[in-house]
Design a protein around this ligand. Structure first.
Ligand code: AMP
Ligand code: MN
Ligand code: MN
Ligand code: MN
Length: 285
């Protein structure tokens, strides 16, 4: 399996905060020339059988996937899992516990927004939710755009829902070691998602990569819709320094919101070990 494969191993469906169904994503991935696909809904794997069946119907090789929310050094970090058994009970229970606090958090977010004059945000966000267990900031962002409070989702996250802004609620997600263990013990491979997004200091980032490796983590996203071209180079070097395999994924959420479409990314730098090399026996054809 070559490093120049058009693999897209990160995207979201209506099962979390995407706007397309797993079936529509499979068709779109196929139409865009994706050669290996994974659906990675936040803290959820209930779309996995649908995604795998849709991929098979399209003749599109598939890896199971998820993106777990973790709290590390006081920051939310995302850990992607690929190639696990989608019926693993420990993974399902860990994800259920991780997403458990989302309902209460959403109500607190709405209370804060009400204090700055934005009413009905909880009910408004719920209108955009495909899975009641997975209400996220993205659904609030869609409500704020629809009601004209903001022009687009980037403006929402500049003015609201982020640290220090109205609608931001501190939340404790899974522990790094637990997330890596749930994925690994379910037969999968754990990756650090979009590392450039965390704005860590060099020391914090070193701690994340070292602890992740110590827990059994195996890979890192290098080419992602969340990184600039300069960041591809930075994290290609980090992958080599830490002996991690490299992944590639658009993080596609919606045709209206995402600037990177499925399959529409530069190839992985050739010197890296692609994660799909380590997952060959987990690919579903
Ligand atoms: P949550 O898991 O509820 O904290 O929501 C996190 C989601 O919000 C991410 O997965 C993104 O889809 C979205 N998000 C976070 N920050 C931004 C941003 N700056 N611009 C656009 N979307 C964002
Ligand atoms: Mn998201
Ligand atoms: Mn993420
Ligand atoms: Mn994502």
């Amino acid at each position: 399996m070559p490093s120049y494969l058009n693999a897209d191993l990160h995207c979201h469906s209506v099962v979390s905060d995407g706007t397309l169904t797993p079936e529509d994503l499979a068709s779109r991935a196929k139409a865009n020339g994706v050669e290996l696909w994974a659906l990675t809904d936040h803290d959820e794997i209930s779309g996995q059988h649908r995604a795998a069946a849709a991929a098979r119907a399209q003749g599109l090789p598939y890896l199971t996937g998820t993106e777990i929310s973790v709290t590390f050094a006081g920051t939310t970090v995302h850990i992607v899992g690929l190639g696990f058994d989608p019926d693993n009970a420990q993974l399902a229970a860990g994800l259920a516990a991780t997403r458990g606090g989302r309902g209460e958090r959403a109500k607190e977010m709405a209370e804060q927004l009400a204090q700055v004059g934005i009413r009905g945000a909880y009910e408004g966000a719920l209108q955009f939710v495909g899975n009641p267990a997975l209400i996220s900031r993205t659904h609030f962002a869609r409500f704020l755009v629809e009601t004209g409070v903001c022009r687009d989702t980037p403006e929402v996250f500049r003015k609201y829902l982020t640290e220090g802004k109205p609608g931001y609620v501190e939340h404790r997600w899974a522990a790094l070691g637990d997330a890596v263990r749930w994925i690994t013990e379910a037969g999968g491979l754990a990756l650090i998602a979009h590392p450039a997004r965390y704005k860590f200091t060099a020391n914090e980032e070193f701690a994340l990569f070292s602890e992740f490796k110590a827990h059994g983590g195996k890979g890192v996203e290098v080419v992602t819709g969340s990184h600039t071209a300069a960041e591809y180079v930075t994290y290609a070097a980090m992958a080599q320094e830490f002996g991690l395999a490299a992944s590639r994924g658009s993080d596609f959420h919606s045709p209206d919101e995402s600037h990177t479409d499925l399959g529409n990314l530069p190839l992985l730098p050739g010197a890296l070990t692609p994660v799909w090399e380590l997952l060959q026996d987990r690919i579903r054809h």
